[in-house]
Every structure is written in structure tokens, then in C-alpha cells.
Ligand binder design. Structure first.
Ligand code: NDP
Length: 282
């Protein structure tokens, strides 16, 4: 690390602070790029978010991330939104351009970059389990990537319907809702299956409500869960001959996209993944 004053500060605002793996990963990437920058994780209660964003401006922070529960509330506090952030209706990454704050959504882009390492989503039919923030970001980015059809499977029909309407009305991809009851059976012709629910977070044995007998060899099964990365779904899908994609790739890629937005230089994804694996003791 060069012996010079700190050049820039980037922060993550959440509640409770959930940014520690990200902090570890991004600070490693700063060091590997020779940047004497800092990434702070700040616990910000929802009622303080407007003041915290004013603070980010006043203190001249270079940018930041918003995590649960701030991604939607942050939209109204930005001066400008990217296309994805506007469509998703959530901001997870902010870039300060002069005195303007530009809200981005890099979750979906991070996921799609990860997906492209194993398959081209263009023209494919995709199942997304979940309709929360992660599912919305992934669905919008897949729609922008030219998938042929999206089926949204969600426990709460109203939330699922909102996402389906967003995709049908503002995106270019036909979408429909399956209201989750019992185990979801994957229909013929769908070969990319994504768990974008929070099932499995912190629990390697948690079961996603999916009929495993409908998984076929050659399908791509992806999980947004990164802690632990080897979820029960990942293990079950691999045992059935599917190509699996864990949540670490999405986390690394969305971090690398943010890194590029803030610093203007490319991060080393290998360094970032290694840092995450060290943090998570994998
Ligand atoms: P939200 O709370 O917005 O959404 C959670 C979703 O999971 C909802 O669709 C909810 O359904 C569904 N769900 C939760 N529990 C159950 C259950 N028992 N049965 C059926 N459905 C369930 O969370 P986010 O979308 O923001 O995050 C989801 C997960 O993605 C989190 O674990 C988060 O850590 C992870 N994530 C990972 C990222 C990465 O880089 N790898 C990036 C962003 C998020 P309902 O609508 O019915 O409540």
C-alpha cells in the first residue's frame, strides 16, 4: 500500500450492515490496483437515509452501494438514474459525477455476466424463482439481453404480478406468473432456472420449492445465494447433471462493475473472488 493520504472513499449503506464481505473484496481490489482508497460499511436506519445521502455528497465520497433495505428508497435521492436502475426501480450503486449522484443497478448485470460464462441467454426461456429486488434486477437485465420468455414463480402473487407487468409493459420480453404452491415443476423448453429468493441464505440445508425430477442434464441452474455458496440447490442440481452457477460470481461481477464505475479502471476479478472465499472461509 503506498504511503500517501487516502485518495477517495466509497461506502455501503445498509441495515444491519451487511457489506462486510463486499468491503473485504473491494478493499483487496483497491490494493491490487494500487489505489489507496477505502470502502466503508455504514449502518444507516431507513429514516436517516436522506441525511446519509446528503452526508455522502457533503463529505465528497466517490460513490457507494445501497443494500437491504435501502435499494428502493435510494431511487428518490438520486439526481439521475441509469436505464437498468430506472426499469428495476432500485439503486444498488451510486456514482458521483461532479455534484450529481447517478444511481445504477449492477446486480442484474453482475448476474448476466456470470451467466454468460456458461451460456448465452439470448433467445432462451428462463424461470426465475422470486420477485424481490434481486429477481427484479436479474429479470430486467435478462430482458435487456434478449431472452425469449421469462416465467416468474413467486409465493406472494401480488409481488410476482408487479414484476410480470413491469416486464410485459416496459421490457421487450413476454413474461407470466406462476403462483408458487407446493414444488414448482419446470416446464418443457425452459433450461435456465434461477433461484432469486432468499431461501438458502445462511442455511446450507434450506430447500428451494422445486421439483428436482423436472431438472434435466444440460440445464443451467443458478443461485443468487452467496453465503454459503454451495447451497442445497447447487448440490442437488449438480447431482442431476445440471450446470450450476453459485451466487459468488454475481457478487464479484457486480462489485467489479461498481469498481470500474468509481475508479475508471478494471478490477481483477480473480483477486476479488479469492478475497471473498477467504472471508467466507471456503
Ligand atoms: P427480497 O426480500 O426483496 O425478496 C425475497 C424473495 O424471496 C421474495 O420473492 C420472497 O417471496 C422470496 N422468499 C423468501 N422466503 C421464501 C420462502 N420461504 N418461500 C418462498 N419464497 C420465499 O430480497 P432480495 O431480492 O433483495 O434478495 C434475495 C437474496 O438475494 C438475498 O439472500 C440476497 O442476499 C441475495 N442477493 C445476492 C446478490 C449477489 O450478488 N449474489 C445480490 C443481491 C441479492 P415473497 O414475495 O412471497 O415474500
Amino acid at each position: 500500500m503506498p504511503d500517501s493520504p487516502i485518495q477517495q472513499i466509497v461506502c455501503c449503506m445498509g441495515q444491519p450492515v451487511a457489506g462486510n464481505p463486499t468491503q473485504f473484496m473491494i478493499e483487496r481490489a483497491f490494493a491490487a490496483a494500487g489505489l489507496d482508497w477505502r470502502y466503508l460499511t455504514l449502518e444507516v436506519p431507513p429514516e436517516n437515509l436522506p441525511d446519509a445521502v446528503k452526508g455522502l455528497r457533503a463529505l465528497g465520497f466517490r460513490g457507494g452501494n445501497f443494500t437491504i433495505p435501502h435499494k428502493v428508497a435510494a431511487v428518490a435521492l438520486m439526481d439521475e438514474l441509469s436505464e437498468a436502475a430506472n426499469l428495476v426501480g432500485a439503486v444498488n450503486c451510486v456514482n458521483r459525477v461532479g455534484d450529481r449522484l447517478v444511481g445504477e443497478n449492477t446486480d442484474g448485470k453482475g448476474f448476466v455476466q456470470s451467466l454468460r460464462q456458461v451460456t448465452d441467454p439470448n433467445g432462451r426461456r428462463v424461470v426465475i424463482l422470486g420477485a424481490g429486488g434481486a429477481a427484479r434486477a436479474i429479470a430486467v437485465e435478462l430482458s435487456l439481453s434478449g431472452v425469449a420468455e421469462i416465467v416468474v414463480v413467486n409465493r406472494t402473487a401480488e409481488r410476482g404480478q408487479i414484476l410480470v407487468e413491469l416486464l410485459n409493459e416496459r421490457g421487450s420480453t413476454p413474461a407470466r406468473l406462476v403462483h408458487l404452491s407446493g414444488d414448482y415443476v419446470v416446464e418443457d423448453g425452459f433450461d435456465i432456472i434461477i433461484n432469486a429468493t432468499s431461501i438458502g441464505q445462511g442455511d446450507a440445508e434450506a430447500r428451494v420449492p422445486l421439483d428436482l425430477s423436472s431438472l434435466r442434464p444440460g440445464m443451467v441452474v443458478a443461485d443468487v445465494i452467496f453465503n454459503p455458496p454451495q447451497t442445497r440447490l447447487m448440490r442437488d442440481a449438480a447431482a442431476r447433471g445440471c450446470t450450476t452457477l453459485d451466487g459468488l460470481g454475481m457478487l464479484v461481477n457486480q462489485g467489479a462493475i461498481g469498481f470500474r464505475i468509481w475508479t475508471g479502471v478494471d478490477a481483477d476479478p480473480g483477486v476479488m473472488r479469492e478475497a471473498l472465499e477467504e472471508y467466507l472461509e471456503i
